[in-house]
Each structure stands twice: as C-alpha cells, then as structure tokens.
Ligand binder design. Structure first.
Ligand SMILES: Nc1nc2c(ncn2[C@@H]2O[C@H](COP(=O)(O)OP(=O)(O)OP(=O)(O)O)[C@@H](O)[C@H]2O)c(=O)[nH]1
Length: 695
C-alpha cells in the first residue's frame, strides 16, 4: 500500500511535524514518531481536514528539523500535490457518481432520509450522507467526539451530524433475528405462528435422602422405550423420558444449583420443579429451601410424596406440613398437585409423569425451532481425549452438527453431538439436551450457548465477551448493598429490598420478620424471600445473588464457602447479635441516614484441633489457622456449626512456649479466650477487628 512519512507530509503541508502528529493523534490514528509512515487513505483524510480547518493550524518554520532523517529506508516518493490532485479527482468522480446515483429517500421537506441502526461506523455514515469522511470527522471533532473513520458512533450522535448536513435520520430496529453478542438472541421475540410446543424441563428438588436420585432412576426405567432398552445411559447431566410419544426432560443437577447458579447468570432453564418429600420424614429445612427457590424463580411445583411403601408413611401429615409452608394440596382445596409415589416400588410414577405433562400443557411451553439455536450449558468438563465436552439444553432454535457456536469465552464448530442415551445425533431442537464436542475451552455451567454465522464472528464475540466479563465484574457493584441502598432507591433502580434471614433460633427470625415488615416505605417494599435456622450457606448466597437480595445473619455466621461466593457475587452479608441493631441498620439504609459506623473486618478463621486444661482451670485451644490470620489483639468469635457461641477477646496466643503477636494461615498455635472455657474440638474461631469508618 502506498505510504508517506509523517515528516514528509508535514513538509508538504508546510506545518511542523509535531503539529501534524498532534492532528493525527486527534483523529485517533497512532503514530510513534515523525518517521512513522501512514497510509495514503489516512493522508488524504488529513489533507482534507487541514484544508477545511486551515486557519487553526499555523505553520511554524522553526519546528522544521527534519533534515537529518535522510538515511531511513526509502518510501515511495509522493508529493502532496499528487494527493491533492487525486482528491480533487476523487471528489469530481464522486460528484459525478452523485448525479448518477439515485437518492434513496426524501422526506416531505426534501431532506435526504438515511437509515441508521443503534450504532454506525463513521465511514459508513459519510457514505450514506454522500460526504467525504473527513467532513464527518471534522463535525464530530467540533462536537467533542474523537472518532476515527473505522470507529462506530451511536445513532443519536449520527443523527445530529446528519442534521448538520441537512439530512434526516430514520432509526431502523436492530436486526434481532441475528444473534448478537449483546442479546444472545434471547430477547428476539418470535412470532406466535412460529412457536411450536416443546417438552417441559423438570428439576427434582428436596431434602437429603428423601429420594431424588431414586425417583429419577425410577422415572428413567419406567419411561425407556423398547428401542432404547438395553442402551447405556450416557451421563450428560440431563435425561429425556418418553411417555406416550411425549417427552419430558429431567435435569440431573442438584435442584437448588439449577435454580441458583443458573439464575444468577440470568438463565432460567427449569419449567417445573418436582419437590420430593419423604412420607416418613416430612417437610425438612432443605424442603423449605427448595420451595423458596422454586417460588423465587416463579416455577410451578409438583410435590412427589415419596416412600409411601414405608409403614411409617403418613401422607396427611405431609400435606399438613405443606400447608404450613404455603403449598395447599389440590384435594384440600388449593392448587398444589401432590402425587403419592414410591421410587423403590415404582408406585405412582406414571401418575407423576402424567401430572408433569398436564402442568406443561397448562403452561403452553413453546419455542421456535426454526431459528439459530440458543441454549444453556448444564454441565461441562474436559475430556483428555475428546477435549472440552459440554451438555447444552437447547432453549430456542435447533442446534446442528457443523454449527458455529459461542459460549462465554469459548467458541468452536460442533464436531459431534450425543444424546442422553449416548447416541450420535445430527440436530437437537428446543428443550433437548445434547453433549457437544468442538468447543475451544470448557464453558461454565449456566452460561448461554448460541449459534453464530461463521468462525470469525464466533472468535470476535468470544474476545468481546472476555472484555465484557471484565466490565461486568465491575458492574457487580450494581448489586444491592445497605451502603448505597438509598441512592439506588432515589435513582429508581430499586423498588424492592429483598432480604434473606438466617438465625440461630426460630424465635429471632419471627421477631426480625415482624419488625422488618414494618419498615416498608412508599419508595421501597421489604420482601423476606427466604429465612431459616442455621449458618449462612453458599446456597443462601446464590439465592441472594439470583434475587438481588441482602443476607442478614442473626447470631450466625457465613461459612468459608459462603464468604467466598459472597465476594465473587458481591452479595452484602450483615450479621448481628442484637435485633434492634439489625432493624436500625436497615431503617437507616432505607431512609438514607448514614451515621459514622463501626465496621468489622474479618482477619481469618482457625479450627480448634485439640483442647488442653491448665492447672488453673482455664482451657487452651490448640488451633490451626485455616485462612487469613489471628492476632493477639483481635476480637474472636467461637462458632459451632456456624452459630456464634461466644464473642469476645483473646486472652493468650502462643506459638510453642512463646507469646505470639499473630499467627498466619497454615500454622498452629495455642489460644485462650477471655473468661471463656467451653471450647470443644471442631469449633471454629473467627478473628476480627472493629474499625470506625466515615460514611
Ligand atoms: N422405602 C423406600 N425407600 C426409598 C424410596 N426412595 C428412596 N428410598 C431410599 O432412600 C434413600 C435415599 O434415596 P436417594 O435417592 O439416594 O435420595 P436423594 O434425595 O437422592 O439423596 P441425596 O442425593 O443424598 O440428597 C436410599 O436408601 C433409597 O433406597 C422409596 O420410595 N421407598
């Protein structure tokens, strides 16, 4: 390509190289020195620009100091006159073309109407306006917008520019039929006539040992068709049951994960939740958690009352407990379907499947199979031989072998697809899970996967996604926190304050709920979306993240996993030991009153591995610091199952026989608590300090 050096061009233009370099930089082009070469196209642009804004650029003869740069490799000689001449010629040709070219549209006042999408590349805008790109850039600079000819500007700015040149703008809707990296095609609204019924996607949830796995196994065995019998089930994280030519898709993911981690990423894959409750055990904490997850996700619940074969089974008692938790069985006048089953003896399985199909039918689950596929990754792993493997639950469109796909920062062409029976398939429509081969890296479960037109687009999108992830991490600050709650209420960003309460005893929860419910204001409504007895768990945090809630712990603490996830998901956890303080904090946050505040900062956690009794009767804990550190001056909480048993000061801290100021992660130490001796092996010690901060 023909090039010209900066100093040569400066000479031709009779300005200093420095001035020219400034000018070039203001156009967004990069030049490292006056020896740099620039393309003819850019040189043309600069010449045009300077000729239009000549008065502002003063030639300064003193700055011409280019003589000594003679020995550099020769570039094609070319005089500015040639450029100018060519420009004139171009312009002439162009204006000739403009006679020839038909102006596409004019409005009533005779203005040209140009069509613009959400954004437009400067060069394209110039072309639409039949202008030289430099004219557009000059106007943009005049507006304080620095954009190169290849950069895109937003439609509104483009409209102002167009107006300045006497043209009008018609905004055209973005071509949403195409899956772009911004909307993943998910917000593309399919036409009603294109929608076809699709199988329901079901998640099985329930308390530990109530029979989730057994129920899924029983369903699989019941629903295997003759042609599939004898086949080896492939573990792909989801399975398809065939019932009288109708399909039901079951996700293997532990129920709450399917709800929390996926919902936190914005994906909702589940249509129906099956809540398994053992008839001999009843509604338990995880049952309630499951109910809350399903309710928060607005997913219909079918209750499978399992283990009815057991002599101790009591179906009525289970129904009573369901009522107590807001699920009124149909035969008791409510609208919750309950099905008595025995996964072990395969009783009631057909009834359950029938009910699932019924709920699906009522829900009219539909999707357009004839569009580019969009799905969600339900499971992914790296296989030594096959490379990254991912199970995709197709949600819209049809996924085919050979399709170019992107998921998160991973992209690739689908080399092969396997269904849940391990059979190779060529395509998969809405609701169907398939394992795909061909991705460049292992995507995240819960991430969306979507088809794009070609490899270049896929790579570009994956790259952009990487940048976007970085950006999004910064945006995590948009999660609600008591510190900026009032600002968010004022900006209209928040109308509901969702709260999760965990406490050591039920009585405290009730007291908190009652008082918090009274804090509703005109601007913000307080919703307790989940409450429970016990420490703050990862699952609480994921629910908080998915529902943009804050977590309040009363006399309980988050465990290490929960702390990690809360950091990652930017979930605000507040723990209290006095109910009044919790209420006051939230009341102040709602009203925007921020007094200087004592905040605590956790230093680390240690585990009590042994205890020793001293002759004076005091107990010393032999501790191992798990993370962070513990210091002689820190305050410390003694936790048993994440419940706060003691909160006070360290009385002694020793490494071997010596007093220690601090003990770091990975080391052992002996520790005594001020006026407290009931320390047991397995207890956790959380060290923290209190700091006063200005709000
Ligand atoms: N009698 C009887 N036992 C059952 C039934 N369903 C499951 N079980 C038994 O209950 C126990 C737990 O069943 P799982 O299917 O492993 O329960 P789960 O809910 O998947 O358990 P986790 O995965 O650990 O949460 C096993 O010993 C099963 O054999 C049933 O219908 N009747």
């Amino acid at each position: 390509m023909t090039k010209i050096r900066v100093y040569e061009l400066a000479k031709e233009l009779n300005i200093s190289s420095k001035e020219l370099m400034n000018k070039i930089e203001s156009l967004g082009l990069e030049v490292s020195s006056h020896m740099s070469s620039i393309d003819k196209e850019d040189a043309d642009l600069i010449v045009d620009l300077l000729s239009e804004s000549k008065p502002s650029i003063q030639a300064n003869a003193d700055d011409h100091n280019d003589e000594y740069i003679a020995e550099e490799e020769p570039v094609e000689e070319k005089s500015i006159d040639v450029i100018k001449h060519k420009n004139r010629k171009n312009k002439k040709n162009k204006s000739k073309k403009e006679v020839e070219k038909e102006i596409p549209k004019n409005n009533e006042s005779g203005e040209i109407i140009i069509e613009i999408g959400e954004n437009i590349v400067v060069k394209d805008l110039a072309e639409k306006l039949n202008l030289n790109v430099s004219q557009v850039i000059t106007k943009l600079i005049g507006m304080g917008v620095m954009a190169t000819q290849n950069q895109s500007i937003d439609g509104e700015t483009a409209a102002i520019i167009a107006e300045k040149f006497g043209a009008a703008v018609e905004f055209i809707p973005v071509e949403t039929n195409d899956v772009s990296e911004d909307n993943f095609g998910l917000d593309f609204v399919d036409k009603d006539e294109d929608l076809k019924l699709r199988p329901p996607v079901v998640t099985v949830m329930g308390h530990v040992d109530h029979g989730k796995t057994s129920l899924l196994d029983a369903i699989r065995q019941t629903s295997v068709t003759k042609s599939e019998a004898g086949g080896i089930t492939q573990h792909i994280g989801a399975s398809v049951a065939n019932i009288n030519n109708k399909k039901i898709v079951f996700l293997d993911t532990p129920g709450h994960e399917a709800f929390t981690s996926m919902r936190a990423r914005g994906a909702q894959v589940t249509d129906i939740a099956i809540l398994v409750v053992a008839a001999d055990d009843g509604v338990m904490p995880q049952t309630i958690e499951a109910i809350n997850h399903a309710k928060a996700a607005n997913v219909p619940i079918i209750v499978a009352i399992n283990k009815i074969d057991k002599p101790t089974a009591n179906i009525d008692r289970i129904k009573q407990e369901l009522v107590e938790n807001g699920l009124i069985p149909e035969d008791w006048g409510g609208n919750t379907i309950t099905v008595p089953v025995s996964a072990k003896q395969k009783i009631g399985i057909d009834d359950l499947l029938e009910m699932i199909l019924l709920v699906a039918e009522i829900g009219e689950l539909k999707a357009n199979p004839n569009r580019r596929a969009v799905g969600t990754i339900v499971e992914a792993q790296l296989d030594k031989g096959k490379g990254p493997l991912a199970t995709v639950l197709v949600q819209k469109g049809t996924l085919k072998v050979g399709d170019m796909v992107v998921s998160g920062t991973s992209s690739g062409r689908i080399r092969a697809m396997l269904d849940d029976k391990g059979k190779r398939v060529k395509k998969a429509g809405p609701s169907i899970p398939v394992m795909i081969l061909g991705l460049s890296e292992v995507p995240n479960a819960g991430d969306l996967l979507y088809c794009v037109e070609d490899e270049k687009t896929a790579r570009n999108i994956a790259d952009k996604r990487r940048d976007k992830i970085r950006e999004e991490q910064m945006k995590l600050s948009s999660k609600v926190s008591l510190d900026d709650l009032f600002e968010k209420i004022k900006m209209g960003e928040i109308k509901d304050l969702n709260i999760i309460i965990k406490a050591d005893v039920r009585g405290s929860i009730e007291a908190l709920v009652q008082s918090l419910n009274k804090l509703d204001t005109e601007e913000v409504r307080i919703n307790i979306i989940h409450e429970g007895v016990g420490g703050i768990t990862e699952s609480d945090i994921m629910l908080a993240s998915a529902s943009n809630a804050i977590v309040i712990g009363f006399n309980v603490r988050p465990n290490l996993n929960a702390i990690d996830v809360a950091k990652k998901e930017n979930v605000d956890i507040r723990t209290y030991r006095i109910i009044y303080e919790a209420i006051e904090d939230i009341q102040n946050a709602v009203k925007g009153m921020h007094a200087p505040k004592i905040v605590e900062s956790v230093l680390g956690r240690s585990e009590v591995r042994k205890t020793f009794r001293l002759p004076n009767g005091n107990t010393i804990a032999g501790i191992y610091v798990l993370d962070g550190k513990i210091t002689r001056n820190s305050k410390v909480r003694l936790l048993r199952n994440d419940v706060v048993i003691f909160d006070g000061d360290v009385s002694s801290l020793k490494r071997f026989k010596d007093d220690a100021r601090e003990v770091l992660s990975g080391f052992e130490a002996g520790l005594g608590l001020e006026k407290y001796n009931d320390i047991k092996e397995g207890d956790m010690l959380e060290a923290y300090i209190l700091k006063e901060v200005e709000r």
